[in-house]
Design a protein around this ligand. Structure first.
Ligand SMILES: Nc1nc2c(ncn2[C@@H]2O[C@H](COP(=O)(O)OP(=O)(O)O)[C@@H](O)[C@H]2O)c(=O)[nH]1
Ligand SMILES: [Mg+2]
Length: 325
């Protein structure tokens, strides 16, 4: 996610505003002008901080549907809108105090009394949005940790039971170290690798806890997580372990494969891993036997070729005739 500035806490906001205001001195001394200057300074400070919060928060309409859905699941987009609305409300309320105070000062009211009224109302307004500010800052921090996936570039997901060899495969086919990001649907992490191809860059995603068990075992959040990822996946690899050294019976793995075939409409490549083991027998027709651990560079290159064949290359930018043609 792009840079989103910190959301100030209520006490910090008020403290700073009043502390800055206290330093102001007007010459020649005039209680009225001095108070007005202090009030203006405090109000301007708070106004600008609050309006920055509202203006710099990402507008969900502009986000890719993947991120919109992701954030909606994470913290409810309506909830964020309501909280930003509260911040705007506080901004407007404090803005109005400016004219109220100058009117009362011009009318000859005791400056100290006017200042106390303005400060009192300011504290009470900011107090009303204290919880919104806290929550917005929490949301901002979660947004920054969102997975670094480019939903518009091709994406390959790696599926299969735990210990079948997904991470090993991921490391073999990616260029560089896979990045680790947080995904709200599992307590675990999501691993994103990149496969540099001559014409485009493929993102390879391994999601421990998501595509490695039957959907019946998942809670609603995890199912929604699958739905969000399904949006953006272009192809999948299902890693299976016919040696059952992973700890899962072959029948269970086949069941997961059937479910994955139901969930995904994208092309799936089936890989039977651990071909180096004495226990290995290829069990499915059309699958690719491989030892993710021991495969030679040449075997990995051949696998990458098959993967590339699965993924539609991103469209070339369309040529548009100049308007005056
Ligand atoms: N014999 C053998 N073991 C493998 C192979 N690939 C992975 N493993 C082992 O299987 C275990 C699980 O591998 P890992 O990649 O972490 O599986 P993941 O849980 O699906 O990500 C590890 O101990 C690997 O060393 C392989 O091709 N042959
Ligand atoms: Mg793993």
């Amino acid at each position: 996610m792009d840079y989103i500035p910190t959301v100030p806490r209520a006490e910090e906001l008020v403290d700073r505003a009043f502390r800055q205001a206290a330093k102001i001195e007007v010459r020649p001394k005039s209680a009225r002008r001095d108070t007005q200057a202090k009030i203006d300074s405090a109000i301007s400070y708070i106004e600008s901080r609050l309006s920055k919060v509202v203006k710099t928060f990402p507008t969900f309409e502009q986000l890719h549907p993947f991120y919109r859905e992701l954030f909606d699941l994470m913290f409810g987009i309506d909830n964020v809108r309501k909280r930003l609305g509260a911040v705007q409300w506080a901004h407007d309320g404090i803005h109005r105090l400016r004219s109220t105070s100058s009117r009362r000062l011009s009318a000859g009211e005791d400056p100290d009394r006017v200042r106390r009224m303005v400060y009192g109302r300011t504290v009470s307004i900011i107090d009303d949005i204290a919880d919104d500010l806290l929550r917005l800052d929490e949301i901002r921090r979660k947004m920054k940790k969102a997975p670094v996936i480019d939903p518009d570039a091709p994406i390959l997901v790696i599926c299969g039971y735990p210990n079948v060899g997904k991470s090993t495969l991921m490391r073999r086919i990616s260029t560089g170290e896979p990045e680790v990001a947080h995904y709200p649907f599992t307590t675990k992490e999501i691993h994103i690798g990149h496969l540099e191809l001559p014409t485009f860059r493929l993102q390879v995603i391994d999601t421990p806890g998501l595509f490695d068990r039957p959907v019946e075992e998942m809670n609603l959040i995890e199912r929604q997580g699958i739905a969000a990822l399904r949006h953006i996946a272009d192809a999948g690899i299902v890693v299976m372990d016919p040696t059952e050294m992973c700890g899962y019976l072959w029948e269970k793995q086949v069941h997961l494969l059937d479910l994955l075939r139901e969930w995904f409409t994208i092309p799936l490549l089936i890989l039977e891993n651990k071909a180096d083991s004495d226990l290995f027998v290829q069990r499915l027709e059309g699958s690719v036997p491989l030892s993710a651990d021991r495969a030679s560079e040449g075997e990995i290159a051949a696998l990458v070729d098959r993967i590339v064949g699965l993924v539609p290359a991103p469209p070339m930018p369309e040529w548009m005739p100049p308007k005056d043609l």
